[in-house]
Design a protein around this ligand. Structure first.
Ligand code: NAP
Length: 275
């Protein structure tokens, strides 16, 4: 079997086109939609991601500013800036880029982002609301996984879904979104005993770990749908997923890296800003 390729590029382009239309209407009405990304890192991969969001925002007609607080920023500095932007009526969306300076814990500062402007679902209140089924912005990556599965009409109700990774930005919110869609959800992590035994029960398997090619054919049931969230830098400047390409021989469908979850994530982040 060679797995169907679940690319995210067409879906992302459609979302961006809708965003551009709504952003143009906002601009005509007198005030452009505006996203501010707060950073406090000199991490190269992070800088690349921020540039790609800013570029996509610009093309869609949104204003996007980067507030770089520098690597010496304290938790108080970051919280104060997030609170200031949240209170600023000229700002529609606030995003805090990770990694943060050593000693600064995301959950300690992200609470300063007003939930109504929390376009990447970083405030613990957003995750809590998601968990109990109240309206909230989900982290864009988690939402992108579900949007991509919907795009290819992958049935979730009653399906066994296994998510590998339990971060607050991907694995945990995704588990809630999948539960909300009536999947039977299992979440794995670094302490999971016999990972392959658990993952090979999945109808839908999502890898969100950050380890190149961790998921091999022995982790995948014949005919499963596999979503690869991993974006691991390669020596030649490219990107590798968490899923070994050999999985395409057993899975029914597989998302590519790059060109799968990534472009949908950026598009949904911008959609949250105009929303
Ligand atoms: P993270 O915060 O480092 O979390 C990684 C998770 O993987 C943790 O829950 C960890 O378990 C688990 N894990 C680590 N080693 C494992 C192993 N050997 N077996 C099973 N589980 C293991 O990472 P993240 O922020 O969620 O990101 C995950 C990946 O997604 C990264 O490659 C990141 O670059 C990528 N990403 C992509 C997008 C996109 O738009 N495509 C967006 C965000 C992130 P413990 O909890 O036990 O430590």
């Amino acid at each position: 079997m060679t797995a169907r390729r679940l690319a995210g590029t067409d879906l992302a382009a459609r979302i961006r086109a809708e965003v551009a239309e709504r952003a143009a209407a906002r601009r005509d009405a007198g005030r452009p939609a505006r996203l501010v990304i707060v950073t406090a890192t000199d991490d190269e991969a992070s800088a690349w991601y921020v540039r790609s969001i800013a570029s996509a925002a610009g093309k869609a007609g949104l204003d996007c500013d980067v507030a770089d607080l520098g690597t010496a920023a304290t938790a108080d500095d970051i919280s104060a800036r997030l609170a200031g932007l949240s209170a600023d009526p000229a700002v529609d969306g606030v995003m805090l880029q990770t990694p943060l300076p050593p000693g600064v814990v995301l959950a300690d500062v992200s609470g300063a982002i007003e939930p109504a402007k929390d376009v990447d679902g970083a405030n613990p209140v957003s995750l809590g609301r998601l968990a109990v089924g109240l309206p909230a912005y989900a982290p864009a990556t988690a939402a992108a996984v579900v949007a991509l599965l919907d795009e290819y009409a992958v049935g979730l109700a009653g399906a066994r879904a296994v998510v590998v990774g339990r971060s607050a930005v991907v694995g945990k919110p995704l588990a809630h979104l999948l539960l909300d869609r009536d999947a039977t959800v299992t979440v794995c992590h670094s302490r999971t005993r016999d990972l392959a035994e658990v993952t090979s029960t999945a109808d839908v398997l999502v890898a969100a770990v950050g380890r190149t090619h961790l998921v091999t054919p022995e982790h995948v049931r014949d005919g499963a749908v596999v979503v690869d969230v991993g974006t691991n830098p390669t020596a030649d400047g490219g990107l590798a997923g968490d899923v070994d390409p050999a999985v395409a021989e057993v899975a029914a469908a597989l998302t590519p890296v790059p060109g799968g979850v990534g472009p949908v994530t950026t598009a949904l982040l911008l959609k949250n800003v105009v929303d």
